[in-house]
Design a protein around this ligand. Structure first.
Ligand SMILES: Nc1nc2c(ncn2[C@@H]2O[C@H](COP(=O)(O)OP(=O)(O)OP(=O)(O)O)[C@@H](O)[C@H]2O)c(=O)[nH]1
Length: 397
């Protein structure tokens, strides 16, 4: 028997029988009782992050209860299974500029510090040391800091003293070059020849994966895309519920398992299969948070990707990193990239840290672009990363 045929049969058997899965495509209305786990997968695993728990138990603001009785619906005459009123998400274009105030608030100490230091009449070695320290404190990383300080020194030497506006323009140019506007930051969301684009979302616990998928679904709906979500985070009991609620708000279906702790690869497989059958534009698969040093869990992630690839290529693997963890995120990024070949970074919680320089450090270490940034807990607080807008916010004063 050819090996491909054997593999196909094995996968089909896993999908049909594995873990007693009752995977269902849930179009808006379905609500199942979240289960609980009696133990963690690994005694070394941290307990579920409290922040994640709170999001899971609280419905996002404005979410309609999927199983609301008909008299509570906007159209009482509509059949019971009709959808609740859907939210109209904000278009993604210009979001970073709209959310600029959040970035300015948390990150302009960097820009202000640099502007003040470089505007001094005399920039001696002590000042250059301070500039270096400011950049390191913002998590730019040693390589990028050295490169930036060297090129600023060179320019100041050759071009001489500048006024505040001149310094700002110089910094803008240098920071923009460092963050590299030429990187492709588009997120795969267009149908391939005969199948949807497939996006997998990975990362450690509590960084904001589920929330990010929910926000991305909104961005895609605003772009008129047909989206389907796959709840392959079968570890955290409330994750599937949380994902489904996000989707339901904008009319996006979720494929999930009714069985707690079901095989995540099977759920991912079913989600992509449903996406192919329903001819959607993009399938986004949520995965459970895992620490990068847990070999078994990283293997599981590799398996999820391989199982999906039995029927469709994974076009995008987005690694979600919490900006507040700074340079620690770099280690995570390296290991995840080795296992699932990360194609883009989503940097969440940039509203809560002054370490915006991490954008530069991550891109340089991994050669992978930051594609989206999270700037708050609100439903539309996720923005496509635009280098010029980001630099502009850093240098706002
Ligand atoms: N301030 C802020 N909070 C965010 C942002 N993105 C996500 N969060 C919050 O981070 C917390 C964790 O988000 P989740 O989406 O549940 O994280 P997760 O990675 O799916 O969690 P696990 O599945 O347990 O690994 C929630 O309270 C979110 O509201 C952001 O950009 N800014």
């Amino acid at each position: 028997m050819p090996i491909e045929l054997l593999l196909t049969i094995v996968i089909a058997a896993v999908v049909l029988l594995g873990a007693g899965i009752g995977v269902a495509v849930l179009l808006r209305g379905r609500k199942t009782k979240p289960g609980t786990y009696t133990s963690t997968r690994d005694e070394n695993d941290p307990a579920t992050a409290p922040a994640a728990e709170s999001t899971a138990t609280e419905a996002p603001p404005g979410a309609d209860a999927p199983s609301a009785p008909s008299e509570e619906r906007e159209h009482p005459d509509a059949p019971v299974e009709s959808a609740p009123a859907l939210e109209v998400p904000e278009p993604a274009l210009g979001r970073l500029a709209r959310l600029r105030a959040r970035l300015v608030k948390s990150n302009n100490a960097l820009g202000k510090g640099l502007l003040a230091l470089l505007s001094q009449d005399k920039i001696d070695d002590d000042v250059w040391d301070e500039i270096e320290e400011t950049l390191l404190l913002a998590d730019l990383g040693t390589d990028a800091t050295t490169e930036l300080v060297d090129s600023l020194r060179e320019r100041v030497k050759i071009e001489g003293h500048r006024d505040a506006e001149g310094v700002r323009a110089m910094l803008r140019e240098e920071l923009t070059r460092l963050i590299d506007p030429s990187m492709d930051r588009t997120v795969a969301s267009d149908r391939r020849a005969d199948r949807p684009a497939v996006v997998m979302v990975v990362g450690v616990n509590g960084v904001g994966k589920t929330t990010t998928i929910g926000k991305m679904a909104r961005v895609l709906v605003a772009e008129d895309k047909d989206v389907l979500l796959g709840a392959a985070d079968t570890f955290r009991a409330a994750a599937a519920e949380q994902l489904q609620t996000w989707g339901a708000r904008v009319g996006v279906p979720t494929v999930r398992s009714d069985v707690d702790g079901a095989d995540p690869a099977s759920v991912a497989y079913e989600a992509v299969k449903a996406g192919i059958d329903q001819e959607v534009d993009v399938v986004m698969v949520d995965t459970a948070g895992r620490l990068q040093n847990k070999v078994g869990l990283m293997d599981e992630l590799g398996k999820i990707k391989r199982v999906i690839e039995k029927q469709a290529e994974v076009d995008e693997v987005l690694l979600v990193l919490d900006a507040t963890t700074g340079q620690n995120g770099l280690n995570q990024a390296k290991v995840f990239s080795e296992v699932v070949n990360v194609s883009g970074i989503v940097l969440t919680k940039l509203d809560g840290t002054a370490k915006g320089g991490i954008v530069v450090a991550i891109q340089r270490q991994l050669g992978v672009p930051v594609k989206l940034v999270g700037l708050g807990e609100g439903a539309d607080d996720l923005a496509p990363f635009v280098v010029e807008d980001f630099v502009d916010a850093l240098l706002a004063g």
